[in-house]
Design a protein around this ligand. Sequence first.
Ligand SMILES: [Zn+2]
Length: 277
Amino acid sequence: MIDTGFLSPCERRALIFAMWTAALVASALVGSFLNVVIYRGPVMWGLVDDQDGTRGNLLGPRSYCPSCKQPIKYYFLIPILGYAALRGKCAACKAPISPRYPLVELAAVAIAGVSILLFGFATPALLSTLLGWTLLVLAVIDLETGYLPDWLTLPLIAFGLAANASSMFVSWQQAIIGSIAGAAAFWALGALWRRWRGVDALGLGDAKLMAALGAWAGATALPAIVFVASVASLVVVFIISRLRGVSVGATDPLPFGPGLCVGGYGVFLLMQAGVAA
Ligand SMILES: [Zn+2]
């Protein structure tokens, strides 16, 4: 925390307001960058084919409309407001723009806001925000491609263990046992399912994500995370089957990653807030 003892109450309120504004505006800009990672990351990491070779990398080219390839004017790239000003349509060709863009930006702002409310303007808030943003990117990439990239899950394990080496969120013992137990439980569950159904319903990516959640939230959080993730996944399956008008069969791969991301972050925040646990 920053020492504000030398400020008058009025000055202190002004400073806190300025810090909140800066944090939330910066988060919206990061949310805009997360959209780029979600769109271009899976191509860069070789997980999906870039049919027309136009997705580019994280640095370029400039953002453009996927329909008409026109570059998007810089003032329409302002997070959330740009989408609202365009009313969700490309300025050039009027093709609809996915609501995913403003939703990811709003989620990025919400993640930072909740983290600051919970931890104040301090290091744990920053790390909690980084965890939330990474899980957000993982959830959307898994929904769109069915992959949980190692480029995100493996660093997340390392950062969780590093943060808890000084027992920031949970004890380091909890973190180490959590990461091993999380991976082992998911690997075993996936192997059982394969023998029973003959398909890979749970991928290795799920096991790595579970290891990361165990490293951040601790071993005792794992049962709650699996429970919330299962309920969330069933809801996702229900929505997908309704939207597409098809039933999701028992042998279809389960979209478990997005549920794990949402469930994992929710349980992490609740346990840190002292509501659960
Ligand atoms: Zn267009």
